[in-house]
Design a binder for this molecule. Structure first.
Ligand code: FAD
Length: 422
């Protein structure tokens, strides 16, 4: 049976996230968009302590804490809440992501968290590695995790990674250059975090040789050489990281070191099944921010949206607004489905790409329409609409571009492999 009702504990928690988005993020949204390379440390500290208190880390890092809580005494409301979250961890993550990105997507991405690095550990690490690498996100000072796949010569085709990891005694030695790494500087240099780096252990094995490695913050040989200046999500750092004979312990390879020609790379790619719905939820949060703003503006102007009329009787503005609402809702339903499938243990590669592709398109359309509908006011920096339009586009680029996700959807539906349809 399909049930779209959210449990009361979840709804209550979302209200808290909404308050954080409204009261902590929105007031500094413009400031950190303009001061791109400065970091809002006070905001980080507040979010870090708030998330420790509210058990938020459990949504994005490790289910262990939640299941620990779930064993509490019967009738203990907190334990029930934690158990509900543990059951629907991925769905909860996309719900909270939407709420926080309604506040500010750049600040959301910059919030201390295990991030994409944590998702990679969850997807590819052994139970012991998950515990070892993610434990730190449960306390102490704010920390960040990042994931470095993209290279100067490899982006959409992640199988083309050229960074190498060479086995040397009890260590791996990593050499190569990674670009556009979200939270890369915070993870590598500014906190006790880590960067998960994709590197090949055997070039002759092609994609099967590619493995994820955890590189701890400030490991000698890992250097942040550039932080990008960007169109949108400017509160989030995007780093170039060079690995020059960077030695890491042997057991920092996530999963098995065995090079399996069949299915080995698929396991590594499973990281995207978890992260694409999150990016889709980011897009939905930004889209909803724009839509809510336009709705409020129209109400102030006493312009009514007349639902239920035949299309030929609607004004152009009403049609546009309904189209925006419809696109957002379609993207949201696909995203919930992709996350829910993970929670119930179903493989969701197709659905994760569908959600990501749809949400990337939807948020681009919605934010551009919102600017258009408000005319010069929408284009002006008095409002955040123009910023949301800039923040929106990245959702159509990272974690697989629009075109790449459409390609994956087509391959999966038609039953083609990457060699037959590329
Ligand atoms: C702000 C930001 C943050 C990022 N964060 C991270 C991060 O944390 N970690 C990380 O590893 N990477 C990150 N990236 C990199 C991002 O994932 C890549 O930019 C993206 O995958 C595209 O790869 P590319 O840049 O090499 O572009 P290309 O692969 O060169 O693509 C260029 C264009 O060609 C299209 N194209 C490519 N191949 C095909 C094809 N077969 N069919 C049709 N069209 C195609 C693409 O869709 C795109 O429109 C980030 C990028 C940005 C901008």
């Amino acid at each position: 049976m399909i049930d779209f009702e959210l449990e009361p504990q979840v709804v209550n928690r979302l209200k808290t996230y909404h308050m954080a988005a409204e009261q902590l993020m929105r007031p500094i949204s413009r400031e950190y968009d303009e001061r791109e390379h400065e970091r809002p440390w006070q905001f980080f500290e507040t979010m870090w302590s708030a998330s420790a208190m509210a058990d938020v880390q459990a949504d994005t890092t490790n289910g262990k804490k939640e299941s620990g809580g779930a064993t509490g005494p019967e009738g203990d409301g907190k334990a029930e809440g934690q158990a509900a979250r543990a059951r629907m961890r991925n769905l909860n993550t996309v719900l909270t992501t939407e709420e926080l990105c309604w506040g500010d997507a750049g600040l959301f991405l910059s919030t201390p968290n295990s991030g994409l690095g944590g998702a990679a550990v969850m997807a590819a690490g052994s139970p012991e590695q998950k515990e070892r690498f993610l434990e730190r996100f449960r306390g102490g000072k704010p920390k960040w995790g990042a994931m470095a796949i993209t290279e100067p010569g490899c982006g959409s085709d992640s199988a083309a990674v050229t960074t190498t990891a060479t086995h040397d005694g009890d260590h791996w030695v990593i050499n190569g250059t990674k670009i556009f790494c979200t939270a890369g500087q915070m993870a590598a240099e500014k906190s006790e975090g880590f960067v998960v780096v994709w590197a090949t252990v055997d070039k002759s094995a092609g994609r099967a040789g590619i493995k994820p490695f955890v590189v701890e913050h400030n490991t000698p040989g890992m250097t942040v050489t550039r932080v990008e200046s960007k169109l949108g999500i400017r509160a989030s750092d995007t780093a170039m990281i060079v690995f020059d004979n960077c030695r890491i312990p042997y057991d920092h390879l996530l999963g098995s070191p065995e090079v399996r020609r069949e299915g080995g790379f698929k396991d590594v790619m499973a990281t995207f099944d978890a992260t694409r719905p999150i990016v889709a939820a980011m897009a939905i949060g930004v889209g909803r921010a724009a839509l809510d703003f336009v709705r409020g503006f129209l109400t102030e102007q006493k312009v009514q949206i007349r639902y239920g009329l035949s299309p030929r009787r609607l004004t152009a503005l009403e049609r546009d607004f309904m189209e925006m609402e419809m696109q957002l809702q379609a993207a949201r339903l696909l995203t919930w489905r992709a996350a829910w499938m993970m929670d119930v243990g179903q493989r969701n590669s197709l659905e994760a790409s569908m959600a990501k592709a749809k949400a990337g398109l939807a948020v681009t359309l919605i934010t551009q329409k919102a600017v258009e509908l408000l005319g010069p006011l929408g284009y002006s920096r008095q409002l955040l609409l123009e910023k949301w339009m800039r923040d929106a586009k990245i959702n159509d680029i990272f974690e697989g571009t629009q075109q790449i996700n459409m390609l994956i959807v087509a391959r999966r539906i038609l039953g083609y492999g990457s060699k037959e349809l590329n």
